[in-house]
Design a protein. Structure first.
Length: 54
């Protein structure tokens, strides 16, 4: 699983023509060096629990 800063995740532009989720492409999000959430780089869904992506 990749790590990504929240600012970088928020800057991602979702392409409407891209294949939809699932399967999610989940990354671990960090804010100021602390793990904050998980996020999908395909659909920009954020969740605190990893199980929400299944």
């Amino acid at each position: 699983m990749y790590k990504m800063q929240e600012e970088d995740f928020d800057a991602i532009v979702v392409d409407e023509k891209a294949p939809k989720c699932p399967p999610h492409e989940v990354v671990k999000l960090y804010y100021l060096g602390t793990h904050s959430d998980y996020g999908c780089v395909k659909c920009k869904m954020k969740a605190y629990n990893l199980e929400d992506f299944q």
